[in-house]
Design a protein around this ligand. Structure first.
Ligand code: IMP
Ligand code: MG
Length: 185
């Protein structure tokens, strides 16, 4: 695999020279494996997959098509109060699922765990809704936490210390539609 963009991909990226870190075939194979693991892991009962928008939208849609059991799907939209630059750690749900969460197996699907602040706050908030279980599947994990978050049961790939874009991940809303995951710098 070449890490250099084809002329078509370079055009899609607006001429920006992004280095491919995980190509389409690598992502597809990993998402297939994650789907099989998730299928095997959940006991009977209602599984509600909650995609954290917007970053998870492509991963989420590929992942649920690899999960071989009944499930329901909804979204979460989180927002931090206070300063926009520094994550205040105060997470609020801007969109809260209509479906009750009580007694359901919740699987949160996230694009990337960086400092882990967003995820920790989100999990604390969802735990108050009395789900049957609470687990996370993250596409990428930068592994910056001294103590891993126990609910993060599945990770697609360990992320290199770079700013990653594509396959749902953005830089100021650009590059979400690229089919691969690349390093912007
Ligand atoms: P955390 O609260 O520091 O873990 O931030 C996680 C959120 O920051 C993710 O859900 C992404 O939206 C964003 N983020 C962190 N690192 C990257 C990156 O490398 N590329 C794109 N978005 C990122
Ligand atoms: Mg995100």
């Amino acid at each position: 695999m070449s890490s250099v963009l084809s002329p078509e991909m370079r055009r899609r990226a607006g001429g920006r020279d992004i280095r491919i870190v995980f190509d389409e075939a690598t992502i597809a194979a990993r998402v297939h494996a994650l789907g099989q693991e998730i299928t095997a892991a959940f006991p009977d009962g209602e599984l509600l997959v909650l995609g954290l928008l917007k970053g998870s939208f492509i991963f989420l849609s590929d992942l649920v098509r690899q999960i071989d059991r009944p499930l329901h799907l909804d979204f979460l939209v989180a927002s931090s109060y206070g300063s926009e630059q520094v994550s205040s750690g105060n997470v609020r749900l801007v969109y809260d699922p209509e479906t009750p969460l009580e007694e359901k197996h919740l699987l949160i699907v996230e694009d990337i765990i960086d400092s882990g602040r967003t995820m920790k706050k989100m999990l604390a908030l969802l735990a108050t809704r009395r789900p049957a279980s609470l687990a996370v599947c993250a596409l990428l994990n930068k592994n910056l936490l001294p103590v891993p978050i126990p609910e993060v049961r599945w990770v697609g790939f360990p992320a290199p210390p770079a700013f990653l874009v594509g396959y749902g991940l953005d830089h100021v809303e650009d590059y979400r539609h690229l089919p691969f995951i690349g390093d912007l710098n």
